[in-house]
Design a protein. Structure first.
Length: 359
């Protein structure tokens, strides 16, 4: 049975679990906030269900409980950071804040982060730019889970990217997407709920449609063939080669630009997630035009999109970020919805670490 818990209570619980694992309070709260933000926005594949991977990463020494990152190279408008195995959210938050500060002076700034870990939803960091009247960009590569067009072996990650653009009265445009048809987390959700995979999500070791979520998760982990299809699906008829190209592009920005592992060299283990790399960017709107005029035009554009005539049988049209923002409002009002399996997992971790569980 699903449970609802207030956002503040859930953040506090996850924070205290991380503190019990040796993280300082600031980094623990920041990491908890990133994970809970995913659930609040209706993206449970990247939310607190991932807690076990973070805790296992700390236990196995893959993720450091402290931020051990160092700056390798820096200019007025760029930053190269070696995370040295740090937790993804703290180093990503600080890197994004740093390039936003740089962009205030230079008009734009970009950063590459190598040897990091899972950082949650990319949109969290892109959205940090909104309050500064900037356009924010965030990307990350992941363990190789994607099968190239006409292929049958994993060669690239789900490699998500996010772009956040401020608006005036309308909910901001926030594109936050994997470059594969779905992220791995959605396969994990199907496995937790005992559901088959829809056709078009993944292929098996022969390159044919896969429907068993547990089987494809095992095969991807052990590199036995099969994996998730690129955005657009199989073949070229619906643009699968375009998703394939986007995934490789993210790998180039995140990994090759900073001198990190890429493609099939990035691999998860049974215990925890792979070391990955990120890319962040910020563009100051005032370097192009008056921000208020830009946001007024954004309002017109977004209003036109959300008021577009829906197809027969559909209630409305959503632009990127609208549905997530509405989920966030509902979560704030009613609490965050967690599956029974995820809640039981969190509760078990709390009991094991002697962390108080909120009523």
């Amino acid at each position: 049975m699903a449970k609802r818990i207030t956002q503040g209570s859930l953040i506090g619980l996850i924070r205290d679990i991380f503190i019990a694992k040796g993280m300082n309070r600031i980094d623990a709260e920041l990491t908890a906030d990133v994970l809970v933000a995913a659930d609040a926005r209706g993206i449970p594949s990247h939310g607190v269900a991932r807690l076990w991977r973070y805790l296992a990463g700390i236990d196995k020494g893959v993720m450091k409980s402290e931020d051990a990152s160092v700056v390798l190279k820096e200019t007025d408008s760029s930053l190269l950071v070696d995370a040295r195995g740090s937790m993804g959210p703290p180093v990503s938050f600080r890197t994004m804040k740093s390039i936003l500060d740089k962009a205030e002076k230079t008009g734009f700034s970009f950063a590459s982060v190598k040897d990091s870990n899972h950082f949650g939803i990319a949109g969290y960091y892109a959205m940090m730019a909104l309050e500064r009247d900037m356009i924010g960009i965030a990307m990350t590569n992941t363990a190789a889970l994607g099968v190239p067009t006409f292929g049958r072996e994993v060669m690239f990650g789900t490699n998500p990217l996010a772009v956040a653009v401020p608006s005036g009265k309308e909910i901001p445009f926030v594109l936050d997407m994997a470059t594969t048809v779905i992220p791995r987390g959605k396969i994990e959700v199907c496995e937790r709920e005992g559901k088959e995979l829809p056709a078009g999500w993944a292929v098996n070791e022969k390159g044919l449609t896969a429907t068993n979520p547990g089987d494809i998760l095992k095969k991807m982990l052990n590199r036995e063939g099969g994996g998730i299809l690129p955005l657009g699906g199989e073949s070229e008829e619906f643009g699968g080669h375009k998703g394939f190209g986007l995934a490789v592009m993210v790998d180039i920005f995140c990994a090759l630009l900073g001198g990190a592992d890429f493609g099939p060299a990035v691999a998860d283990s049974q215990a925890t997630s792979a070391r990955v790399s990120h890319f962040f960017g910020a563009l100051k709107i005032s370097r192009f035009r008056n921000p208020d005029e830009f946001k007024a035009d954004m309002d017109i554009l977004l209003s036109q999109l959300k008021n577009a005539s829906p197809a027969d049988g559909r209630e409305r049209v959503y632009y990127a970020g609208l549905k997530e923002a509405e989920n966030e409002r509902q979560s704030a009002a009613d609490g965050i919805l967690l599956s029974e399996k995820v809640w039981n997992s969190i509760r078990d971790f709390a009991k094991e670490l002697n962390v108080a569980i909120p009523e």
